[in-house]
Design a protein around this ligand. Sequence first.
Ligand SMILES: O=P(O)(O)O[C@@H]1[C@@H](OP(=O)(O)O)[C@H](OP(=O)(O)O)[C@H](O)[C@H](OP(=O)(O)O)[C@H]1OP(=O)(O)O
Ligand SMILES: Nc1ncnc2c1ncn2[C@@H]1O[C@H](COP(=O)(O)OP(=O)(O)OP(=O)(O)O)[C@@H](O)[C@H]1O
Ligand SMILES: [Zn+2]
Length: 444
Amino acid sequence: MEFILKAEDAKDWEYKGEGAANVVLSYRGSFFFLIGKVLRIQKVPRGQSKLRNEGMFLSSHERLIWRDVEGLAESTSKDIAGQVFMKRVISPLLGSKNIDGGIHITVSTEFLESIEKNICHQRPSWRVDATKVDTLCNSALLIADYSVFIRSIGTLKEEICFAVEIKPKCGFLPSSEFIAQGNVIKKHVTRFRMHQLFKLHNGEVFKLSEYNPLDLFSGKRERIYPAIAALLATPQNNFRVFLNGSLIVGGLGCGMDSAAICLNDTNRGIEDLTKITGLRLPRFVELVSEAIFSSAVLDQLLLAQKLDRFDIEGAIHAYYNVLSQPCEVCKTLTDNDHFQRCSLLHAFSLEESLMIVRDYLIAATAKDCSLMISFRPVEDGFATEFNSLFLKSCGQSFEYKVNFIDLDMKPLKKMVYYYGLDQKIVNLYNNCKQNEVCNGNTAE
Ligand SMILES: O=P(O)(O)O[C@@H]1[C@@H](OP(=O)(O)O)[C@H](OP(=O)(O)O)[C@H](O)[C@H](OP(=O)(O)O)[C@H]1OP(=O)(O)O
Ligand SMILES: Nc1ncnc2c1ncn2[C@@H]1O[C@H](COP(=O)(O)OP(=O)(O)OP(=O)(O)O)[C@@H](O)[C@H]1O
Ligand SMILES: [Zn+2]
C-alpha cells in the first residue's frame, strides 16, 4: 500500500524553518518510520499558481545543457530533476558521504492546505507575503533531521545534542579576464562583503556582517575560528544553532532582526547551550572550527564553487550562445577592449558554451548550499562509527556528523538575474567606495 500523508497527519508536523524556495517541518508524531525526519515542502510565489506540467520539467535549452547527465533531461517534475541532479551531478563533486538525497513521499492536497494554515503564524511575515506552500505539489522530500544527532533509525534517544547550520556562500575571489575594468574590485573584495553593503542599503539587513568566507574556506585553524566567531556575532541567514533540535541562535531565515535583539537572543541561546552541555562560548566556537578543519568538508565545496571559472561577466555571453540569441550584454558594453574580449566568447562553439553555463550553474548551487554539523558529547575513548574529536581546552570528546543541505539545481533562466544582481552589487560598492563610505575587506 502506498504511503500518503493526509489531512489528519498535518498535526504531527511542526514548523522548523524555510528558505526562499522550501519550507521545512519536523515530525513530532510516533510513527517509527518518520521519527527523526524532516519534511521539505516546495513553495510558490504568492499569486502565482504553478500549473502542473505533465511533460518535461526542463526547458529545451536546459535539456541541452544537462543532456550528458543520465535521466536529468527526461525529468518530468522538479522533484525528479532535483533527485537526479543531486545523485549524478552534486554527489560526485562533494562526496556522497555528506549528502542524503532523502526520499519523496506522496502528500495530499488537504495535507498541504492544513500545513499552510497551521504554520502561517510561525513564519517570518516577509516570507508569508512572498511565498506560500505549493498545494498543487503532490510530493515532498523526507530527509533525516540533521539538527539532532541520531544514532539509529526510528529512535530519538534522550541524549544531549546540538547542531550548527552554516551557509558559507562564495569562498574565493574571481580572477576571470572577462571581468570589466570598472568591476575589478570583485577580484579583491569578497562577493559576500559587497553583497552585505547592498543588503544594508536595501534594508535587508540591519548590520554589516564581519564574516569573511575566505577565512572559513582557508583550511587554516587560525582563520576558521574568527570566521565562526563573526558568524555567531551576526548570524543573519548564514548561521544557526540548534539545541536538541530546537533553534536557539539565528533567525528563521532572515537578517532583519535588529542588532540588539539578535545579540540578546544569541547570548540567551549560548547560555542555554552552556547550561545543558557545559560548553562555554569560546569552547563552542573552537569545537565548530575544529570540526570544519578536521573534516576538511569545505575543500570539496570550494572546488565545486570554483567551477565558476569565467565569472557571471563571462558566463552570461556563453548563455546567449546557448540560446542562439543576440547578446544583450555586449550591446551595453562601452569599453572597446572589454567588448573585444567578450566577443571572443561568442566565437566559442556550442559545446564549449554549454560547458561554461553548466559549470556556472553547478557552482551557483555550491555557493548557495548550507552545511549542518551535529554534535554529541561522548565519553573519552568511546568507540564510534562517526567522526570524533577531543577538545583539549575542556577535556571533552564529541562525535559529529556533517551534512550538506539545499543542493537544488538552479534554473537556466536565472542567468540574466545573476548578471543584473552582480552589476547592481558591484556598482553600489564602487559608488560607496568612491564616497569613502565603506572600508575594504581585501584579500591578502
Ligand atoms: O543570489 P544570492 O547570492 O543572493 O543567493 C540567494 C540567497 O540569498 P542570500 O544572499 O544567501 O541571502 C537566497 O536566500 P534567502 O532567500 O535570502 O535566505 C536563496 O538561497 C536564493 O536561492 P533560491 O532562489 O532559493 O534558489 C539564492 O539565490 P542563488 O543566487 O543561489 O540562485
Ligand atoms: N535535513 C534537515 N535537517 C534539519 N533542518 C533542516 C534540514 N533541511 C533544512 N532544514 C532547515 O530548514 C531551512 C530551510 O531549508 P532549505 O535551505 O532546504 O530551504 P530553501 O528554501 O531551499 O533555502 P534557500 O533559500 O537557500 O534556497 C534550513 O535553513 C534549515 O534550518
Ligand atoms: Zn556578449
